[in-house]
Write a protein that binds this ligand. Structure first.
Ligand code: 5GP
Ligand code: MG
Length: 182
């Protein structure tokens, strides 16, 4: 992975720091949901690593589902429009639903997605994000469970990509600007 690692400016969160935080989050969710059944929705592709680690720490019965939405190309996403590339297979009506997202940035994608999912009338709809970049927020959206609040820098690893690469890195690192600025 040397070729990937040399593109990383610095490590922001080590794999040990992430592991400790993720199990803390799972515990917090356990206290919140008690023994309720929850549909855990993994937002592809960036959340897959986080999701896989998180679910192994859950104490309540969880159902897995996956969604893929496009965050770009929608321009202004007012009116709750987000392009769903892959929809849920489970009917979430009257179910407790927890959206698992890698990073909350402007909030555009997620606020539109939450609006669409609310229309399906779940019993409850909560959001969890491993990373939060509050400085960039343009939509009034707050995650119910947050791992780390991070500065406004472009990060990769632990599922997060640049140009579909770097997802396999076991830590979260800041990508060198030279990689994406030509
Ligand atoms: P937003 O909240 O702006 O609608 O979009 C959030 C999405 O933008 C995330 O799910 C992620 O795909 C992408 N994103 C935002 N910030 C970063 C970052 O620092 N690194 C990576 N790899 N993706 C990011
Ligand atoms: Mg994403």
């Amino acid at each position: 992975m040397k070729h990937l690692e040399q593109d990383v400016e610095r490590i922001l969160l080590t794999k040990e720091e992430i592991a400790a935080k993720v199990s803390e989050m799972a515990q917090e969710m356990g206290e919140f949901y008690q023994d309720k059944e929850v549909v855990m929705v993994c937002i592809l592709k960036g959340s897959i690593t986080f999701f896989a680690d998180l679910v192994r720490g859950l104490s309540f019965p969880a159902i897995f589902d996956f969604m893929c939405v496009s965050s770009y190309g929608c321009g202004s996403v007012s009116g709750g429009s987000v392009r769903i590339l892959k929809d849920l297979t489970v009917d979430i009506t009257d179910k407790h639903v927890l959206i698992v997202e890698d990073i909350l940035d402007t909030g555009n994608t997620l606020s539109a997605l939450l609006e669409q999912l609310k229309a399906r009338r779940p019993a409850s709809l909560k959001l969890c994000c491993l990373l939060d970049k509050p400085d960039r927020r343009t939509k009034p959206i707050k995650a119910d469970f947050v791992g780390f609040s991070i500065p406004d820098e472009f990060v990769v690893g632990y599922g997060l990509d640049y140009d579909e690469k770097y997802r396999q890195l076991p830590y979260v690192g800041v990508l060198k600007r030279s990689v994406y600025e030509h």
